[in-house]
Ligand binder design. Structure first.
Ligand code: GLN
Length: 195
């Protein structure tokens, strides 16, 4: 089974350092991605948690385009929290001008958990990680609709919180903020399984 050898992490804003550390723990080289040409050096990409509107604003049009083209060509991509929002086709309750990358056939609602519970940790169970594991939710998005090619992998309190479409993986929570590396390992396995 092949695994990506070098994995890019969008490094414009948010917790990209935690993803780079998680990749190190998985013994894979992580590469910070800021410009379109940085993508040439990697064979998979992670869009981190943070603030999706800020990341969109800081993203050069050429990088945006390169991510779209590489993804269409089969590059595995994982988006966590704000990264999931970036992967969506449509964002509800975004700032009117929010333009996600449209990498997966999902619609999301930002900050969908009310104020009272806007951040929490829960145990989330999934065959993808062979059991249950800790999941940190911070002003997390919810998926309101998805297309038939999107396969739900985990849910919490009646909400789907992890899903995969081909080699694209979206998580509403932050696997990079726990020491549990199974979601990263699952992402790294997608390339070999679904070539
Ligand atoms: N609410 C943030 C957004 O809209 C996401 C929060 C997060 O990544 N923890 O981008």
């Amino acid at each position: 089974m092949t695994r990506p050898r070098r994995v890019g992490v969008l490094a414009l804003q948010g917790d990209f350092r935690e993803h780079l550390a998680a990749l190190r723990a998985c013994e894979v080289e992580g590469v910070p991605i800021r410009l379109a040409r940085d993508l040439d050096a990697v064979d998979a990409l992670i869009l981190p948690g943070g603030e999706s509107t800020t990341m969109e604003r800081l993203m050069e049009p050429s990088l945006r385009q390169a991510i779209g083209l590489r993804t269409q060509a089969g590059m595995p991509v994982m988006g966590t929290c704000a990264g999931m929002i970036l992967m969506a086709k449509r964002v509800e309750d975004g700032r009117g001008d929010q333009q996600p990358l449209g990498l997966m056939d999902i619609d999301v609602r930002r900050n969908a958990y009310g104020r009272q519970v806007d951040s929490f940790e829960a145990e989330v169970e999934s065959d993808a990680i062979g059991g249950s594991g800790p999941a940190v939710f911070i002003r997390a998005p919810q998926v309101t609709e998805h297309g038939p090619e999107v396969v739900p992998l985990a849910s919490h309190a009646g909400q789907e919180v992890a899903m995969v479409q081909g080699k694209r993986l979206a998580l509403a929570f932050h696997p990079e903020l726990t020491p549990d590396r199974r979601w990263h390992q699952y992402f790294l396995s997608l390339d070999g399984e679904r070539r």
